[in-house]
Design a protein around this ligand. Structure first.
Ligand code: SAM
Length: 531
């Protein structure tokens, strides 16, 4: 008799983890180097087509996303995509301990691809493997058609200066821990449904290790998103107004206020885009972290450190003690072998912290700042393509450093090439691996069928075309979801050809920044903090 365990359908697997708001077992974050930062590595073999990780974060409208101010580093955690004619952004800039956000870019030979998965009428971004992934392999995927600085070999022998960046940088975000209450409404609900419970029976994901999101916050959000009452309220809008009540008053009052400035309010009146305005960064989180990042000691260390490689594998201990413990200590590694839920041991952010930051992000001062920014902060149009290209290269400042691990050869001619047309990306994608659809599974069930009710208000798209809402350049930078369909359409059809996802280019800063050790990934910081 065969003892072979039946393989769970990848799509169901994905849903399980989406609903439980946990990461799958079999992956570990590890510090790679000062340029690449952390990466995610397989600790178990992965079959082609397998669900890998969710790219978790806060689901925002692009309008809201643009109204927020992100640091350069934060910006690299923004993932724009389209869904049902809505232009959304997954903001994974908060260090919530999830692994999906730590997966690095590989545009040449990625082993994973991002897909949209709809659960409870809400889109999620998930990585699926394109090929067999062995233990020890780094998980990666193509960030999209963009001249990401690390793809080019540029100036050499210029030492990066993270310390300088720390002095001037507006609060890198990757420090805090604990699940973001904004994110998990649906997930929390999902955790408690019988269906989820059943699914979890076959899942190796224990659910109860963390405190989880604040139920009050979550309920409100879920209400906002899903009750018929909310739909009624939106009589003038074809799209449900997913305006939640905002965060716990202790936390992000200012931010919520900031989000609801008259301009935003006007926008909301006419915008067909669901207003998934959640409450931004958790105020609790970043104060300590920021402190941790900006202490003179840390700065000095960054300046003088000869870049030790591989000493640690995770975030700055100052920030995420619990998280680091859970995720990254050797003990945690062992734990990971037996426990698939390394993420949820901590207890969320401290409400005291980021009020100031949040304020700073949203106050009129921030708006003024935007006025002087070379990057237009407009509602739907995003940056001018030209500006953006420059921005990608100059704002991030990567071009200043010798990126020793560039995966681009000089022959690639990336340096002087204009942004690759979208079509090239699609074609390029065909090269990234074999068609693995046969290895997946054959399911008649699609995520969309399962969760997207035709009558759902969220399906009432406006007449505006994508072109009107999304600037062409963004498209050129997008990760085309549909290219994934080559091998995944047999799985589900949650993507429509026009739907795209892509990371945002850096938008806010005008300065050339240099960077080396990002504090949250600096081994020396970890050492110091651990000591
Ligand atoms: C979404 S984050 C990925 C996690 C990141 N490595 C970290 O430690 O937080 C994107 C950032 O990772 C780095 N990165 C991603 N892919 C890279 C690559 N192929 N080479 C070098 N750096 C990369 C860049 O700094 C980029 O801004």
């Amino acid at each position: 008799m065969s003892t072979r365990r039946m393989r769970k359908k990848p799509i169901d697997d994905a849903k399980t983890y989406i609903l439980s708001c946990t990461d799958k077992d079999g992956f570990m974050p590890r510090f790679i180097d000062h340029y690449k930062g952390r990466g995610v590595f397989a600790t178990h073999p992965i079959e082609p087509g397998d669900f890998v990780l969710e790219y978790r974060g806060k689901l925002l409208t692009q309008v809201e996303c643009k109204s927020r101010k992100y640091s350069e580093i934060e910006s690299t955690f923004l993932f724009d995509f389209q869904w049902q004619n809505h232009h959304l952004c997954l903001d994974a800039s908060e260090e919530d301990g999830s692994l999906g956000r730590l997966v690095n870019d590989n545009h040449k030979n990625p082993n994973c691809v991002m897909k949209k998965i709809i659960v409870d009428d809400k889109p999620h971004l998930c990585l699926f493997s394109l090929k067999k992934i062995e233990i020890g392999d780094e998980i990666d995927y193509n960030y999209g058609d963009s001249k990401w600085p690390w793809r080019s070999k540029l100036k050499k022998n210029q030492a990066p200066a993270a310390a300088l960046e720390n002095e001037t940088s507006p609060v890198p975000q990757m420090l805090n821990d604990g699940p973001n209450p904004d994110q998990t409404c649906t997930q929390v609900k999902g955790l408690q449904t019988p269906a989820a419970a059943l699914e979890n029976e076959t899942s190796p994901v224990p659910q109860m290790l963390n405190d989880g999101p604040n139920p009050d916050q979550t309920c409100t959000q879920v209400k906002g998103l899903q009750t018929p009452a909310a739909a009624l309220e939106n009589e003038t809008s074809p799209v449900p107004q997913m305006l939640n009540d905002g965060p716990n008053p202790d936390q992000t009052c200012t931010q919520v206020k900031g989000l609801q400035t008259p301009a935003a309010a006007l926008e909301n009146e006419t915008s067909p885009v669901p207003q998934m305005l959640n409450d931004g960064p958790n105020p609790d989180q970043t104060c300590t972290q920021v402190k941790g990042l900006q202490t003179p000691a840390a700065a000095l260390e960054n300046e003088t450190s000869p870049v030790p490689q591989m000493l640690n594998d995770g975030p700055n201990p100052d920030q995420t003690c619990t998280q680091v413990k859970g995720l990254q200590t050797p003990a945690a590694a062992l734990e990971n072998e037996t426990s698939p839920v390394p993420q949820m041991l901590n207890d969320g952010p401290n409400p005291d912290q980021t009020c100031t930051q949040v304020k700073g992000l949203q106050t009129p001062a921030a708006a003024l700042e935007n006025e002087t920014s070379p990057v237009p902060q407009m509602l739907n149009d995003g940056p001018n393509p030209d500006q953006t290209c420059t921005q990608v290269f100059t704002v991030q400042g990567f071009s200043l450093v010798d990126y020793p691990y560039s995966d681009e050869t000089d022959e690639d001619g990336m340096e002087n090439e204009p942004p690759t047309p979208h079509l090239d990306v699609i074609l390029g994608q065909n090269d990234i691996g074999p068609d693995v659809s046969n290895h997946l599974y054959d399911s008649d069930e699609t995520v969309v069928k399962e969760t997207c009710d035709e009558a759902s208000p969220s399906n009432h798209s406006n007449n505006q075309s994508d072109d009107e809402l999304v600037p062409p350049l963004r498209r050129t930078k997008s990760i085309m979801m549909d290219r994934v369909q080559d091998f995944t359409h047999s799985l589900y059809d949650s993507d429509s050809p026009e739907e795209t996802t892509f990371f945002k280019p850096e938008r806010d800063s005008q300065k050339l920044r240099r960077r080396s050790c990002r504090p949250e990934v600096c081994p020396e910081n970890v050492k110091t903090l651990v000591a």
